[in-house]
Design a protein. Structure first.
Length: 104
């Protein structure tokens, strides 16, 4: 069976670092990775587990969870397009419903 590749978010959870740091480490070739469609980073879980001790040691990273605020910041950073799109859709629906109810 072929191993499923994991995304940046899962790697950040495994290593206990931010997604931005994972991307930077992949770009500097510290973490083995693949590019899907020439753009999206994907990783083999096995490779990440192999390099985890080295990365923890090299960067003196303690075992920690990403703080809530940092996780929220990353969520907004990586999903800003979707958040903005949903906000526009909600505003448009509100305008349509307001105009429709005003004509009744």
């Amino acid at each position: 069976m072929e191993e499923k590749l994991i995304a940046t978010r899962e790697v950040s959870r495994i290593l206990g670092i931010s997604e931005k740091e994972v991307i930077e480490m992949a770009e500097t070739k510290l973490i083995p990775h693949f590019k899907v469609a020439g753009e999206f980073l994907r990783f083999k879980r096995e490779d990440i587990l192999k390099v985890k001790p080295e990365i923890k040691k090299r960067y003196n990273l303690p075992e920690k969870k990403i703080p809530y605020i940092e996780g929220l910041r990353e969520f907004i950073y990586f999903n800003d397009f979707y958040i903005f799109s949903i906000a526009i859709i909600v505003i448009l629906i509100w305008v349509i419903i307001k105009d429709f109810l005003g004509t009744i």
